[in-house]
Write a protein that binds this ligand. Structure first.
Ligand code: HAM
Length: 414
């Protein structure tokens, strides 16, 4: 038997309903914030991620699905979507639109990662990206959208929002210098990756998950001590606004994010119970310019939808949707009547209706209606068709009432 690829999964039945609930809430929330949906290709030129996300990041250096296509182009399955959205922003001239340009997306992304619970090779994100505003209020709005989704899904109190500032280029230059000084006599004892990071991109050392690097990491200097006055003020405003909007957060200077494009605000939503980040984001004022556009401030987030599903499975008893009504018929004539005169209209009014599409006997249909949890049942036999009266059975209570055989009567009584 051919099996699915490592790190991928099939989503169906009960889990699918959780996905649908999340997707429905995403659409509703983004609509109320007047954010427009964008869809970009699943594969892009490799260079987009090399330049946009950063060659020294784990995502680009270790985890990308990269291949040459038949035309000899280097193609990569998107490992994240911010770079693709920025490319679309530049390529489609979004900067001529009224700013801020506010976009949202959901979609699959691909990272060649070590499989574990909540860590897949194909996974989905819901993301929001806002372009054209350098106000801290945009950072706050972006964070509040993520909070709103978690709140609507009933899991906000299960998560910790961790925020940090990684400052501007100048702050980081000073910090990196201090970091290197601190690490100078320790780097030899660290992992091979960290030795490379030490020279190429020392801040990535803060992300290192290797056991042997953890002790050294505990004593690292913190970026917050190296912020310039502007960045300090910006971070203070962020905290002030979050406090006043009643958004709970913790400051965690070890949050530097695993992608190179960030500056100033960075944040993550952490589930302590799952021991996973359920989402992350931040400001990336330099990325549009890095990828060839005119300098444009921007901020956004990506939430791991697979991980949100895990959260909902963990904390919420998911009621699967049950059919509202089962229409029991045993002949083709009865089936045609049930479909054309009843089921079509009932479905048009949003009811979930099942009919006898499997040639089941009368008794087998009674059993089936029970098994699928139909809330009501109507038998449409020849007698019923003649008299235009039917018995409507409440399958939970067993109570039966007689009603006229028409859609209005059914809707009034279920
Ligand atoms: P990221 O932190 O790499 O950021 O990913 C965002 C979220 O995607 C993570 O917090 C996690 O929930 C989920 N995720 C990442 N990798 C996996 C995986 N292998 N399996 C399951 N879930 C995963 C970004 O991708 C940025 N583009 C976010 C952003 C948007 N920043 C600004 N705008």
């Amino acid at each position: 038997m051919i099996q699915k690829q490592k790190g991928t999964k099939d989503i169906f039945f009960e889990e699918m309903e959780i996905w649908e609930e999340i997707e429905k809430n995403i659409k509703e929330i983004c609509n109320t914030y007047n954010i427009k949906q964008i869809r970009t290709p699943i594969f892009e030129a490799t260079e987009l991620f090399a330049r946009g996300v950063g060659n020294e990041t784990d995502v680009v250096s270790k985890e990308m699905y990269t291949f040459l296509d038949k035309g000899g182009r280097s193609i990569t399955l998107r490992p994240e979507l911010t770079a693709g959205v920025v490319r679309a922003y530049i390529e489609n001239g979004f900067s001529s639109r009224t700013s801020p340009v506010k976009l949202w997306y959901t979609g699959s992304m691909y990272r060649y990662e070590k499989m574990q619970k909540g860590r897949y090779r194909e996974f989905s994100q819901f993301g929001v990206e806002m372009f054209g505003s350098s106000s801290v209020l945009t950072d706050v709005e972006v964070i509040s959208i993520a909070c709103k989704l978690f709140e609507k899904l009933g899991v906000l109190d299960k998560l910790t929002l961790k925020i940090n500032s990684i400052g501007c280029k100048e702050c980081r230059a000073k910090y990196v210098k201090a970091l290197k000084e601190y690490l100078a006599d320790k780097i030899d004892g660290m992992c091979e990756d960290c030795k490379i990071r030490y020279n190429k991109n020392p801040m990535r050392i803060i992300d290192c998950k290797q056991e042997k690097c953890q002790d050294v990491k505990n004593g690292l200097p913190t970026i917050l001590d190296y912020l310039c006055d502007d960045c300090k003020k910006y971070f203070e405003s962020l905290k002030f606004m979050l406090d006043n909007l009643n958004i709970k957060y913790e400051i965690d200077s070890s949050i530097v994010r695993g992608l190179d494009y960030y500056n100033k605000t960075v944040f993550e939503f952490i589930s302590e119970d799952l021991n996973l980040a359920v989402g992350g984001g931040g400001r990336y004022d330099g990325l549009v310019e890095t990828l060839g556009g005119t300098s444009t401030p921007a901020v956004g987030f990506g939430l791991g939808m697979d991980r949100i599903v895990l959260l909902l499975q963990e904390y919420k008893k998911q009621e699967t949707q049950k059919p509202d009504i089962y229409l029991l018929t045993t002949t083709n004539e009865q089936f045609i009547y049930a479909t054309t005169m009843l089921a079509n209209e009932l479905r048009n009014s949003g009811k979930i209706v099942e009919t006898n599409i499997s040639d089941r006997s009368f008794n087998a249909q009674l059993k089936y209606a029970n098994k699928i949890g139909a809330k009501y049942l109507i038998v449409i036999g020849d007698e019923e068709l003649k008299s235009k009266k039917v018995q409507l059975k409440n399958m939970d209570t067993g109570k039966v009432i007689q009603i006229d055989l028409n859609v209005k009567e059914i809707l009034n009584n279920i």
